[in-house]
Each structure stands twice: as C-alpha cells, then as structure tokens.
Design a binder for this molecule. Structure first.
Ligand code: HSE
Length: 344
C-alpha cells in the first residue's frame, strides 16, 4: 500500500529520513508492502514544495546540499506554510519534524493537532508535544481512527517505546534508568579522551546529535523530557517537566572528568524514574560510576535503558540515541506500524 507523506521540517531528521527512503525505499516496498512517497515538504528556512504526484527524496537531499534551499526541486506549488501543507496537500501521513520546544511544545503541537483533526496519521520525533500534551493528542487520534507514532522521541531509532509499551510494560515496570541523551554522552566520552568541551559539543552538533538549541542537551532538559515521556507512556504516570529533578553536565569540568578516570570511574548523565510508596521520583543527574557499572561502557552517542520489572527482572536495551539516520529510522518503524494496522 502506498502512503503519501508531508514532511513538516527538513532539518537533520527529515534529511536522514529522505536518505533512508532514497536508499531503502524499494526494499521496504518489496519486503513489507510499505510504499512511501513524499508529496510535500514545508520548512521555515529551506522553503516549501508540494507535488501531488511525488517528490524524489534524492532531489531534496541534492537541493539542500547544493543550495541550502528547495528552489530547484520540481513542484506544483511552492511557499505553503506548515498548516496549509497539512490542510491542502493530499498526504495520508504528516511527519512532524520541526525543532523541539520543551516549554510550549509549539509549533509542533498545533501541527500535530491540525493533522489529526483532518484525519491524517502523524509520525513525529518531536519531544515537546509528546512530553507536554500527549493525552490530548491521543484522544483526537482515537476519535479520528488515525495513529500517532512517537518512537523517535526516546533513543532515536532504537525501538525503546514500542518494545517497552507493547511488551515490557506487561511485566510491571517499577523503575527505569538509563543514558537518554546522545549529545552529552558523546561529549563526556570525548572529554575523557582528551577533547575540550567546546570542540566536543561542536562535533556533536556537526554529527547531527544535538538539538537545534543544544542548551536543552547539556542542561539536561532533553533527557528530562524523555523521562517524562517514559513515565507517561510506560508507567501511566502524569509526570510533567517540573516533576524532574534536573541537572545537566555544564557543571562538570575537565578536571572532574580526569579525576574520575584516575580513580577508575566515569561520569555519566543518568535519567531515573521510580515509584516509591506510590510516589514517583524522576531525575536527570551526572553520576560518577565505577567502570564495572553496566552503564559505564556505553560510549559516544549510544544510549541505554534498563527497565526493572516485577515479572521479568531487568530488561536492558542498548542502541543509538541520536543522529540523522538513526532518528530517521524511527519514522520508518512508526510508518510500518501504521501500515500493519491500517494497510490491508
Ligand atoms: N539531542 C538529542 C540527543 C537527540 O542528543 O540525544 C535525540 O533525541
């Protein structure tokens, strides 16, 4: 079955998705019967194009690489903003890929709201609306009999949420702990190898790990958002950002990192969520852990999560936590789930 896609936002994640589609589209169609066709892109900086008969993903990638904008991409319409693209394109699925704002969830919330109201499926990697107002969105999706896929909001393409919600949650999750931000884990790993903070951060931005505003990474708000998402989706806890006791890595100096290394230890930014006597405790904090700790070996932009459960003990998942292609892949997972449910 063919799905026409409207991409709202064409930054790192959108381009990563376009590249995956360009390289693997034929295989996805053959292997799963999942035919994906981009019909619209609307981006504040690069411009907007709409072609109801399809836009080659490689044309988007080439145009951005050569000129930074979409002017050279063949299109029936140009210049539509996000809401017009959602309302007027023939897309079946809206892909919300704009920057994350963990204070308001906007403009992504309005985009997703409009898409669901108009009966279109939504897939998104945007943490803002999921951390802040997910129940509002799922209510509309249910009413309209469409899906909202959010796999890429936690641990990029590593299928943390689907695995967690569809299977692990049945074992009774009591505690969640992990490294939930790729940028800071990459910076800490690079600093331990001798890089300075600024170089490591610039490198993480260049590799597409960091948020548009990397303050959200280094101050811990990004992993705090993921803790909120995990609490709501996995454990049914009505957590908000204000419930997370949050400290980032900006207070750590090169000396702190060298001192830990000399003592056979390592700094990691750890997100935690547990319910004690019925009260949820949620935090993101740097911790100095021994090299024998299971999370000590998780280096670079890799993330890890441990679900502690009643029936199964601990289940740990290790995989990519950030990156263009890695996050773009999460969208494929969500599209495949839509196809499996609605595609017959
Ligand atoms: N900036 C995020 C990170 C991207 O570094 O983990 C993935 O959510």
């Amino acid at each position: 079955m063919k799905y026409r896609l409207a991409l709202i936002g064409l930054g790192n994640v959108g381009l990563g998705f376009a590249q995956t589609l360009s390289e693997r589209g034929a295989e996805l169609a053959e292997q799963f019967g999942l035919e994906l066709e981009i019909v619209a892109v609307s981006d504040l900086i690069r411009g907007s194009v709409y072609n109801p008969d399809g836009i080659e993903p490689q044309a988007l990638i080439d145009a951005v690489a050569q000129t930074g904008n979409l002017d050279s991409v063949p299109a029936a319409e140009r210049g539509w903003d996000a809401l017009e693209t959602i309302a007027s394109s023939n897309a079946d699925v809206v892909m919300e890929l704009t920057y994350t704002d963990l204070k308001t969830g906007e403009p992504a919330f309005s985009h997703i709201h409009a898409a669901l109201e108009s009966g279109k499926h939504v897939v998104t990697t945007n943490k803002g609306p999921v951390a802040l107002r997910f129940p509002d969105l799922t209510a509309i999706a249910r009413e309209k009999n469409v899906e909202i896929g959010v796999e890429g909001t936690v641990m990029s393409g590593t299928p943390t949420l689907r695995l967690g919600m569809e299977y692990v949650a049945a074992a009774g999750v009591q505690r969640i702990e992990g490294i939930l931000n790729g940028t800071t884990n990459y910076i800490l790993t690079q600093m331990e190898a001798g890089a300075d903070y600024e170089t490591a951060l610039a490198d993480a931005q260049e590799k597409g790990y960091a948020e548009a505003d990397p303050t959200g990474d280094v101050e811990g708000h990004d992993p705090a958002g993921k803790v909120v998402i995990l609490g709501n989706l996995m454990m049914g806890l009505p957590l908000t950002m204000a419930d997370v006791d949050c400290t980032g890595i900006t207070g750590l100096s090169a000396d702190d990192i060298v001192a830990a290394k000399a003592a056979g230890e390592r700094w990691k930014l750890i997100g935690k969520l547990e319910v004690v006597d019925g009260v949820p405790h949620a935090s993101v904090k740097p911790e100095r852990i021994p090299l024998t700790h299971p999370l000590a070996a998780i280096g670079g932009a890799t993330n890890a999560i441990t679900y502690s459960t009643d029936l199964l003990g601990q289940v740990t998942l290790v995989g990519p936590g950030a990156g263009r292609m890695e996050t773009g892949f999460a969208l494929i997972v969500d599209l495949l789930a839509i196809h499996r449910k609605h595609g017959s």
